[in-house]
Design a protein around this ligand. Structure first.
Ligand code: 5RP
Length: 274
């Protein structure tokens, strides 16, 4: 039935990002150089994107990375979640000093399916980053573009339910359509407390295939619509096996053991991604 009150542009883009058939997404995060520079696995970013782009549902990346590293013929083949906040680097202790870096008009010109803004709750620049989020939501919603809020976690911040639910709920209240946060114990409560807003889980530092796959499995079991992993995919020895195994969990409801079989069934490429 047609819902005359549906926000058509937002819903259309949400359907490009999160598969409406199963309400799930494998988002690939390749935005690290915006503050980390030439991260391991992203030194030859064109090669990393060329290798993994066909296997993700949506690529989270930056303006420069889209321009420099996606082949012209591949543009438009997958939705882009465009990071539009930044302005800092790992050389500075306080990463929370971010501002908006890309205008909504530029995001539209680049055909972004959605835009992503980090918020640093509890950090020195908490207010500035929450207002970055609300400013972008005010602009993006005018054009029917969904905003993904990243609950960025500083070095000293706990990654527990109390903190992550606080940050996630602030993002929901600001109007974010998708929340990216970290997995924690009792994660189902966080998902429940921000329902019906979609939640995707960040991977964090490289761990190991069984640990990363378990995190993906536990996340979707707890109600997340999927993952937005980066390093646990592109820093693995078998990155295509890894993203396929994650897809098997997210879209195929595989167990961790079954997903490990998918991982092992794929022959790793001759050398690691640089
Ligand atoms: C940082 C981000 C990154 O995209 C994301 O956290 C990186 O992914 P991973 O932790 O899986 O490498 O949004 O704020």
């Amino acid at each position: 039935m047609v819902n005359a009150y549906l926000d058509v542009g937002i819903q259309s883009r949400m359907n490009r990002i999160i598969n409406p058939k199963d309400n799930r997404v494998v988002m690939l995060a390749i935005d690290h150089p915006y503050f980390q520079g030439p991260t391991t696995g992203l030194r030859n970013m064109s090669n990393t994107i060329r290798t993994l782009f066909p296997h993700c549902d949506c690529l989270m990346t930056t303006r420069g990375a889209v321009r420099a590293n996606i082949a012209p013929e591949a543009l438009g083949s997958k939705p882009i979640m465009l990071r539009v906040s930044g302005g800092n680097s790992v050389l500075f202790d306080d990463l929370s000093d971010e501002q908006l870096t890309v205008s909504i008009e530029e995001a539209i010109r680049m055909d972004a399916a959605g835009v992503a803004v980090s918020v640093f709750v509890g950090a020195r620049n908490q207010q500035q980053t929450i207002l970055n989020l609300t400013d972008m939501i005010n602009a993006a919603e005018e054009y029917g573009i969904p905003v993904l809020a990243v609950t960025a976690v500083g070095k000293d911040m706990a990654r527990d339910l109390r903190y992550l639910a606080l940050a996630s709920r602030i993002c929901q209240d600001a109007g974010a359509r998708i929340i990216k946060t970290y997995y924690c114990e009792e994660f189902a409560k966080l998902v429940d407390w921000v329902a019906p807003t979609a939640v995707v889980v960040a991977g964090g530092k490289y761990s190991s295939p069984p640990d990363a796959l378990k995190m993906a499995y536990d996340s979707v079991q707890a109600g997340a619509v999927g993952v937005d992993f980066g390093r646990n995919i592109f820093q693995d020895d078998n990155p295509i096996g890894m993203i396929k195994a994650i897809g098997a969990i997210v879209h195929g409801n595989h167990t961790v053991k079954e997903a490990l079989d998918v991982y092992n069934a794929h022959t790793p490429q001759a050398s690691r991604l640089e």
